[in-house]
Design a protein around this ligand. Sequence first.
Ligand code: 1CP
Length: 346
Amino acid sequence: MTTPHSDSPFLAACRAEPHDRTPVWFMRQAGRSLPEYRAIRGSGSILNTIADADLSTEITLQPVRRYGVDAAILFSDIVVPAHAVGFGVDVRPGVGPVIDRPFECRADLERLRPLEPETDTPYVLETVRQVVADGSVPLIGFAGGPFTVASYLIEGAPSRTYGRTKAMMLGDPELWNALMERLADMAIASLRSQIDCGASAIQLFDSWAGALSPPVYERCVLPFSRRVFEGVADTGVPRIHFGVGTGEILHLMADAGADVIGVDWRVPLDVARLRLGPDTILQGNLDPAVCLGPLDVVEAEVADVLRRNGDHPGHIFNLGHGVLPEMDPAVLAHVVDQVHAHNRGS
Ligand code: 1CP
């Protein structure tokens, strides 16, 4: 008997095993730019959509059908576990996560009890099961990195400076460590439950970790991201670690123990391998904004990403960050075709 998706280019690339075409998927491929998403999403908080497993399954599969990508990413959000334990999170359309009472002091730790996925997020598990039953491509489960989730809980809304977060991290390390420990354990519980239900790989989105200096990242964040990767290591599924603007901390992120390092467009793939070692398995890294330009420019930039990878078997093509809402789905479909055509016959 073969394991599910044993011939998947995505899973092969995650392990740098030989495969015959470069796999590709897009961060934020579900939702956002797809008209079929807008047609069924409705209005109001995305948390209501996520709580509907049938709808979330359909949204997860829409980009697989439309683009022919090699992996699905679960339709959910990084703040779902904190919301599910009753921290008081909403995700406001056009804004992002907002918090009723932001995390301020030791007493707020009580509002972050451990996540019990079966009872707190049954809809997530049901969506995973349904997508896995569809079986067309491997499903990537995910969680937010403890730092990125903490930044939302502390700031109370999307932030550009992370002022309060850094003030707590540097000013009250004991409280910071206690918060990070809870968020790491919440991520582990969520990821393990997604894997138990059939997710084939996981990604830790520490999207905003690039806001930190290397020494601060190393001291205040790395131990907790490492805890998450160690906490799912025994499952054997590939583990991807991603953040934006992480060029200066890439070596530290790689040290956290993931199998695959996601890079944004600021660090070319060949430069990333100079920094991290020639065997490093990479995911990325077309600048999403390129997809708003003329098709010949898109093609040239896609070719450049592939050239810089140099046919290394450990490469999953992706954008350097998420799909932008204004993107034309036809351009993304074209990118998938170009990436798939690249290795054919070579
Ligand atoms: O492909 C997908 O869209 C999968 C589902 C998905 C994922 C992986 C959503 C749905 N959110 C996420 C992760 C997520 N959420 C991240 C990490 C990925 C990344 O860096 O892009 C982050 C930082 C969030 C937080 C968040 N949720 C924001 C960012 C706000 C900020 O700080 O600038 C926003 C706008 C949301 C809302 C949201 N989540 C997902 C969608 C499709 C949306 C858009 C709003 C909507 O349709 O209502």
